[in-house]
Every structure is written in C-alpha cells, then in structure tokens.
Design a protein around this ligand. Structure first.
Ligand code: RB5
Length: 149
C-alpha cells in the first residue's frame, strides 16, 4: 500500500503525527506538503493529492486541514475521487466498506491526535465490501460523467 499525504497549515501537525504512525507500521507514503505551519491554501494540496490518487500513482490518500471540510470539498472535484471526511471510527470503516473512499480527510482543529490515529488505522485496515454498494458507486461515477466535459 502506498499513500499520498497532504495538508494545509491547519492540518500540518496532524499530518506529521500521521507520518510518524505510518513509519511505525511500515506503510509507504509520499508527503505532498505543506511542509510548515505558514499559511497556505488548502485547494492546492487537495488537488496535488487527489490527482495523484486519481491517476493511480497511489493506492489511497489522506488530506488534513483545520476542519477537514475545505480540503474534502476540493478533493472531491477531481474525477474518480471519493474523499470522506471522518471524525469517528464508525464512519471511517463505513467510508471504506460502503463508499470505497479513496481519500480520508480529517480536521486537526476538530479531533485529538489519538482519536485521529485510530481513525487512520481503521480506515487503512478496512476494505470495500462490494455487492449492493457497487451500483451506488457506479451511479456516483455517472453523475461525474454528466458534468465533467
Ligand atoms: C484555514 O484557516 C482553514 O480555513 C482550513 O484549514 C480549513 O479548515 C478549511 O476548510
């Protein structure tokens, strides 16, 4: 498994904690920035990570901003991306099992580090269950096709 990571300044410290966790469990990643707490614009990092995941260069991605909202909205503009904002373990698991989420987003200003790492662990260990959910994912792709010219 190879992950693409990104954040703005509001998610920088949590991204560093996620990197530490990934190193501990030996999961490969590339950090697309930002690389400090200096103010930046979250859509820039959402775009880099989302495009890399959509291109198939990475299995999945993790994006973090202050709330997780802006970076999630921006990532979901890239065709093929299903970015899920999860601040609890139940949603993290469901986003994989039901929605085949390929990007996890979180807000550093919303949850604590320990909880966030539990969410990351669960999300990475959960798989798409397919079945009845396949048709729903296909319908999402159909909406995308209708509007992406
Ligand atoms: C940055 O101040 C903040 O707006 C950003 O991190 C994020 O919360 C946006 O959704």
């Amino acid at each position: 498994m190879k992950l693409a990571l990104g954040s703005d300044h509001g998610g920088f410290r949590l991204k560093e904690a996620v990197k530490e966790y990934l190193e501990k469990v030996k999961i490969e990643y590339e950090d697309f920035g930002t690389y400090s707490e200096d103010s930046v614009d979250y859509p820039d990092f959402a775009q880099k990570v989302a495009e890399a995941v959509a291109a198939g260069l990475f299995d999945r991605g993790i994006l973090i901003c202050g709330t997780g909202i802006g970076i999630s909205i921006a990532a979901n503009k890239v065709p093929g991306i299903r970015a899920a904002l999860c601040h609890d373990v139940f949603s993290a698991r469901a986003s994989r099992e039901h929605n085949d989420a390929n990007i996890l987003t979180m807000g550093e200003r919303v949850i604590g580090r320990g909880h966030a790492l539990e969410i990351v662990k669960t999300w990475l260990e959960s798989d798409f269950t397919g079945g009845r959910h396949c048709g729903r994912i296909e319908k999402i792709a159909e909406i995308e096709k209708k509007y992406c010219k």
